[in-house]
Design a protein around this ligand. Sequence first.
Ligand SMILES: [Zn+2]
Length: 458
Amino acid sequence: MIPFVARNVFRLQETFLGRPSFIILNELNKSQWWKKEELEALRLHRLKQLIHTAYDHTPFWRHLMDDSRIHPEDIRSLKDLTKFPLLEKLTLRENREQMVWKEEGKRIQLVRTSGSTNEALEFYTSSSREAHINAARMRGHEWVGVRRGEKEMYYWGSPVELSKQDKIKRVRDLFINDGLCNGFELNCDRVRQYFEQWCSWKPKCLFGYPSTFVLTVNMCKEIGLDLTELKFSGLQVIITTSEMLSDVDRDIISRSFGVPVYDSFGLREGGLVGHECAHHTMHCMDEQVILETIDPNTLEPVHGEGELVVTNIVGPAFPIIRYRTGDIVTLSDQSCACGRSLSSINISGGRAVEFIVTKEGKWVVGYSFIYIARSVKGIVKFQVIQEKLGEIRVRLAVDDSFPADGPDQVKSQVQKRLQSDDHIIVELVDDIKPAPSGKYRPVISKVAEEMFKTCSFC
Ligand SMILES: [Zn+2]
């Protein structure tokens, strides 16, 4: 599809879904150059609106504000936001139905995510909220030279069984120049197929997890494929998301594909938080989120490195105010050579994703198990452990809504996804604690660690 046409098909789709994404994109493309004071005024205006909305339309926030003796009129500066207590994931999970304003607008929908850790979470979104996220993502992509409508290949996961909606989406994706390759389950043959597919489809941008790209690079090295060939069929940039992108991995991916690698950072429940510009500064989406850092132990505000706390100021249907993310970051107001007045964020880590290796030699990305956590009700946390080849242990912390046949459902979902006769053990546990480093590890595989050490992937 010609990019101009694909862009307009996407525009039509957004209009049809009640999402003014392109209007917001135009606004964002102007406000990024505003003076700091103008941006701050917009943020304060939006924050005040959000607090009023939360008070007027959601029982949870009204009670919380009454109990904490906060009146909407008390919020006169961005600093006043700290009058609010922190919002924990557990509080969100337990009070979800009291936190939503269902009359806010169109298409209020319940969505499930597993966020930045291995905790599954349900929350509400709406057309206007999705429009803001889409606009922010489009702007971020434009910063590194990719306009909506140009060919983008999502090197991503996919559900085991496609629902009718998924199938419609696949067809629609072709019209808007979005490609999809399953990057969650890889082996050397599949990587070879993808390479050929990319050479003929000619994407301008590849979008996916850093760990998937690193594994792809390693497999291609072993089977003798030169990824820089993609550059000659139009690849110009790789954009990563969802995990921490280390300098080492960025360098490996960039050298192997021969194109620059840019990172982005968001969480489904909090919105798109940051996207790198062409100068590799990860700018915050200041028009949409207010970010703070706290000491994760004392919960006091900190300068420098700390746990990220997010307030989304463009999502009135489901107000997210001072939400603890569990991610460790550093915020900065330093200016960037690109000249944009947006602040910036540095991610310190905590999003390591690892692989499971099946008996048949297929590498399955840990996040693949997100689909399983989403498909069975009541899973609060999950962890997958592989001590030896042929055996996979799935540990689950569940709540009361987990069905009696839940373990069997999980087992069959895992089998379907892995398409392997590996022995699957499902264990119910009270809680899954982070590793001593404080990181949640959704997947721990001694087998994959060993294969990485010996550089044998096929
Ligand atoms: Zn910049």
